[in-house]
Design a protein around this ligand. Structure first.
Ligand SMILES: Cc1cc2nc3c(=O)[nH]c(=O)nc-3n(C[C@H](O)[C@H](O)[C@H](O)COP(=O)(O)OP(=O)(O)OC[C@H]3O[C@@H](n4cnc5c(N)ncnc54)[C@H](O)[C@@H]3O)c2cc1C
Length: 448
């Protein structure tokens, strides 16, 4: 090794008059969770120049960084239902299937849920975004939005390395909190009474998979001795990809206020709750968790905070009735999963043939021509949103957002060619494709 090393330095000082860095694109997406990533990849496939911005220093939003651990709402009901969302979702599932122990299909009694390894999912996101030539700006928090009539002209973000301004023809609000619509001064929705609780996920390693308690056993014991451990939530569940000795535990309920000091306190409270859960699991289910260690914590998991006011307010009645809209862009059959009380949540299942739909109108804010929302901040009542915000339909919404903006171009997302839009998203609204081969489906039919 050479001992000739550099000792040179230079004196620098911030130029107070220096302008912010500027970027421009056809489509700018704010929020790189599963809905924003899907929107970005779809927009790039359509040949659009895309900028993807996120306040975290990493891509993947909650799917990766909060360690959500499963994709729900991707399959119709029944043990081996057909797939609801295609396109980017197919690319992702195929990619994960090629990795060792990165994905596992759990064919439960109600539906198929896809368990995934969050590190592998993170790599899929990063590789796909890089390969698509998308410009990424990480660690960038939305600061101000400049409107020109009914259009967003530009947005400014603050990063640890200074301010950056983005100009774009079309915008996607996949921030989860409707941050873009809010900063643009558009009308937004918040729950008028009980908010919805988030969850601090905790991943345990060195568990004995053979001795895993069921969801009912966990709940029964949490109700019985929860006070002793200071547990707030009295039910929960764990996700395990078989053979790895790791479980992602979803067993806390944490408030998610839209106020910085309260949100920070809630984040610390979440970790505290999670450690109480770990203590409970180690002692009460020692055969399974007695030797377990905390491997990681997710970032605070946030379910529902603030969302846009669209041209359609999706209601729980429409969900229950399976209303199919002229402008449907996605579907699911996931239960109503409303975490609106600290110790538990509402869980309302649908029957085997049930399907409910998401209209484009719930993604398009009334007062803006070049903004489309996707993911957990679309317009719905709290109960309806609790079903359609799971990650399967989030991917369908991301795809639809990209197509709506592509079709709108410099025009309005409220006046796109709907027959062309329907053609483009038909697979996510109509197709009944089974991911399972004939033999597997036959054995399910024989067994049931
Ligand atoms: C604990 C928990 C468990 C869940 N379990 C499941 C499950 O098992 N299966 C399932 O399918 N779904 C589950 N869900 C629901 C699902 O995970 C979310 O609804 C979904 O991930 C939302 O994706 P998104 O892309 O809309 O938003 P997010 O993943 O929240 O992404 C939003 C992104 O926007 C960025 N952002 C926010 N504000 C700003 C800003 N001002 N400036 C810049 N960037 C910003 C954030 O950093 C974030 O990365 C769960 C949710 C939680 C919280």
């Amino acid at each position: 090794m050479s001992d000739a090393f550099s000792t040179g330095t230079r004196i620098v000082r911030k130029d107070a008059a220096a302008a912010a860095d500027r970027l421009s694109a056809d489509i700018c997406i704010v929020g790189a969770g599963i809905s924003g990533v899907t929107a970005a990849l779809e927009a790039a496939k359509l040949g659009r120049k895309v900028i993807l911005v996120d306040s975290q220093p990493a891509l993947g939003g909650q799917a990766v960084n909060s360690i959500i651990a499963t994709f729900c709402g991707l399959f119709s009901n029944g043990t081996h239902g057909y797939q609801f969302t295609h396109g980017i979702a197919d690319d992702m599932l195929d990619w994960l299937q090629r990795q060792d122990q990165a994905v596992y299909y759990r064919h439960g009694p109600n539906t198929t849920v896809v368990y995934y390894d969050e590190v592998a999912l993170g790599r899929w996101v990063e590789e796909s975004i890089l390969a698509a030539g998308i410009t990424v700006v990480l660690g960038a928090i939305l600061d101000t939005v400049e409107m020109e009539g009914r259009r967003i002209r530009s947005a400014a973000f603050m990063t640890r390395y200074g301010r950056i301004e983005v100009e774009a023809t079309g915008w996607v609000d996949s921030s989860g909190d409707a941050a873009l619509a809010w900063e643009a001064g558009l009308e937004c929705r918040e729950p008028d009474r009980n908010g919805v609780f988030g969850t601090q996920m905790v991943v345990l390693e060195n568990i004995n998979e053979a001795a895993q308690p069921t969801r009912d056993q966990l709940a029964a014991r949490m109700k019985e001795v929860g006070d002793t451990y200071g547990l707030r939530r009295r039910e929960g569940l764990g996700f395990t990809i078989p053979g790895r000795g790791i479980a992602a535990m979803n067993m806390t309920h944490v408030e998610t206020p839209l106020e910085p000091v309260a949100a920070s306190a809630a984040a610390l409270d979440g970790k505290d709750q999670a450690m109480r859960v770990v203590d409970f699991l180690r002692k009460e289910f020692a055969d399974c968790f007695g030797q377990s260690r905390v491997r990681s914590f997710g970032l605070p998991g946030i379910r529902q905070t603030r969302w846009i006011k669209g041209t359609h307010h999706l209601t729980v009645e429409e969900i229950r009735a399976g209303t199919r809209f002229e402008d449907s862009i996605g579907r699911t059959a996931w239960p109503i999963e409303l975490h609106d009380h600290g110790d538990g949540h509402h869980w309302i299942l649908f029957d085997k043939d049930h399907v409910h739909y998401i209209p484009l109108g719930s993604l398009t804010p009334e007062g803006c021509d070049n903004l489309v929302a996707a993911g957990r901040c679309i317009d719905a009542d709290s109960a309806a949103l609790s079903s359609v915000r799971v990650m399967g339909p989030c991917m369908a919404m991301g795809m639809a957002a990209a197509h709506a903006l592509d079709l709108a171009g410099t025009g309005s997302v409220h006046q796109i060619d709907m027959s062309e839009m329907r053609r483009r998203v038909a697979d996510n609204v109509e197709r009944e494709h089974y991911r399972w081969d004939e033999a597997e489906l036959a054995s399910v039919v024989t067994a049931s």
